[in-house]
Write a protein that binds this ligand. Structure first.
Ligand code: G4P
Length: 528
């Protein structure tokens, strides 16, 4: 039997992130094909919200279904256990993605070579940088007329604030794309459009040999020689330590839909990507090979059957061995809980497991005990950190449309916000006014629809003129109480009872920060 240490070394838990349409779903599918987790292309469904053909509500349900099925995809490749954590592409669900990024050890970032760095890419990278998450970049769609490779690399460095280091290099682009040269193995991988089968033609070629001219033609061979010289001159040698500390991102070029460049990516990934990492709690750093189990909940998903309100909580194991039917401490509730049917996720299936190891994600049936960020341990009182709530971008007041269903509405909004669909701020001094903050309009549709269908409560959302919500603290409790009293309308509490300042504009926020030096304003909830 493998030791705990061996189990840890074997695991690579990561997320694939991209701006929508760059090719995340396609790349995920090809990785699963290589890993033998699926047999045919088309098995992985896009979790994109598609507008148009069906009603938005149907689309939301479809998306939720897919999102459960593909939340975690696990397979073995070359004796490495790979856990891919799925991240929603739609920007309105970005918070879900940010939270998932707290449960990974590294990331593969997909870039469309035509569009370069897009809005969502920048935001996602910001979150990676906050946590120094190691990133590998895959520049996709090389079969399209994209940007010049050196320009793309410059753009990546400038917009993403990270150093890059190409590990493969393209020979032409678009209609003339001939393949990539592997700068480390000094081999040539020739391109042939192939959407389904896994085949590749790789030859070891000395870049100065005539063989190269024969393979790609004299003009392209000379260009490649020039490019490689330039790369060696401009970029430092690839240093794994720099990659692991999040300073340098190795870059690959390919075409996911054509299955091209994916195997190089996967092979290198399994060699260089970090296995399960240590993690910070509020009291100390926890090493994965500690004997005692600990982990945290990073995602909660409501069951699709509205008649049963049980939910699935996604537990990321951080240390020790997680065992079925064993009692663990639910730190926030200070009570012992155990799980009869924990399961792990296969590509399209799930199976009940008896144990799980650090790096694994386990699905737990939940009847309302969990909130995102909850920690489970073997008795120690500590909380995993790094699961902040970000200040939402849109704020609306929840208005009850059916006074007979006030309780249902209350319960529904509590549970949905526990799942992390949105953030809830309550103004208890103003008759318990409820302000719902999100990062996108779509979430209000989701909430309204689910409140009605799962809780039987009808509601409306009224726009509120709020630009930012900031968590506020002070070393002097009296000063905080005074500020809260003075600001009245602009004060609310979050679900954990922390005070939040609701600013109508950035200007008002700035003025308040300036005029109240004793009050600290925080843009994420992680300020303890
Ligand atoms: P996402 O999950 O990041 O949102 O992107 P997804 O994989 O769904 O890919 C978006 C579109 O880009 C898809 O086309 C997909 O086929 C295409 N695509 C992915 N990789 C490549 C590539 O290497 N080259 C080219 N030319 N296209 C690529 P679609 O028309 O939106 O959908 P579909 O009907 O083709 O599936």
């Amino acid at each position: 039997m493998a030791t705990l240490q061996e189990e840890i070394q074997k695991r690579r838990t990561f997320g694939i992130i991209s701006h929508p349409d760059a090719g995340k779903t396609t790349l995920t599918e090809k990785l699963l094909l290589f890993g033998g987790a699926i047999q045919t292309a088309g098995a992985v469904k896009s979790n994109k919200i598609k507008k148009g053909a069906t009603s938005d509500f149907m689309e939301i349900e479809r998306q939720r279904g897919i999102s459960v099925a593909t939340s975690v995809m696990t397979f073995e490749y070359n004796d490495v256990k790979i856990n891919i954590l799925d991240t929603p592409g739609h920007k309105d669900f970005a918070e879900d993605t940010y939270r998932t990024l707290t449960a990974v050890d590294s990331v593969i970032l997909v870039i469309d070579c035509v569009k370069g760095v897009e809005e969502q890419t920048e935001k996602l990278m910001e979150v990676c940088r906050m946590r120094n998450t190691p990133v590998i970049i895959f520049i996709n769609k090389m079969d399209r007329e994209g940007q010049y490779a050196f320009d793309l690399l410059d753009e990546l460095e400038q917009k993403l604030g990270i150093k890059v280091r190409p590990l493969t290099w393209p020979i032409n682009i678009g209609a003339n794309f001939k393949g990539v040269y592997n700068l480390y193995e000094k081999s040539l991988n020739l391109f042939s459009a192939n959407k389904t089968k896994i085949e590749k033609e790789v030859v070891s070629v000395d870049i100065w040999s005539e063989e190269l001219d024969k393979r790609v033609g004299e003009r392209d061979a000379n260009q490649l020689r020039e490019d490689v010289e330039l790369i060696e001159g401009v970029y430092n040698d690839f240093d794994r330590a720099e990659y692991l500390s999040g300073e340098v991102a190795p870059v690959f070029f390919g075409s996911a839909v054509n299955n091209f460049g994916v195997q190089e990516l996967l092979d290198t990934f399994t060699q260089i990507a970090p296995s399960t990492q240590k993690r910070q709690t509020d009291t100390r750093i926890v090493e994965p090979d500690e004997k005692k189990f600990s982990g945290f909940i990073f995602k909660i998903h409501a069951n699709l059957d509205p008649k049963h309100r049980d939910r699935i909580a996604f537990l990321r194991i951080c240390s020790g061995v997680f065992e079925r039917n064993k009692f663990y401490k639910h730190v926030r509730l200070d009570k012992n809980v155990r799980f009869n049917n924990p399961y792990n996720f296969m590509a399209q299936d799930k199976e009940v497991i008896d144990e799980g190891f650090p790096g694994d994600v386990v699905g737990l049936y939940d009847t309302g005990n969990f909130k995102i960020g909850d920690t489970l341990t073997e008795g120690e009182s500590m909380f995993y950190q790094g699961i902040p709530s970000f200040s939402p971008e849109i704020f609306k007041e929840l208005i009850n449309l059916d006074p007979m269903k006030a309780k249902q509405l209350e319960k529904g909004i509590e549970q949905l916000t526990d799942e992390g669909v949105a953030q809830l701020f309550t103004q208890s001094h103003l008759g318990n006014r409820k302000i719902v903050g999100t990062v996108g309009e779509l979430q209000y549709e989701v909430i309204q629809y689910r409140l009605e269908h799962e809780y039987g409560a009808k509601c409306r959302f009224d726009h509120r003129d709020i630009a930012k919500a900031c968590w506020i603290t002070s070393e002097d409790p009296k000063k905080l109480a005074e500020f809260v009293r003075l600001k009245g309308q602009q004060i609310a509490t979050d679900k954990d009872g922390n005070y939040v300042f609701l600013a109508e504009s950035d200007w008002i926020l700035r003025m308040n920060i300036q005029n109240n030096p004793d009050i600290q304003f925080h843009f994420t909830s992680e300020f303890k």
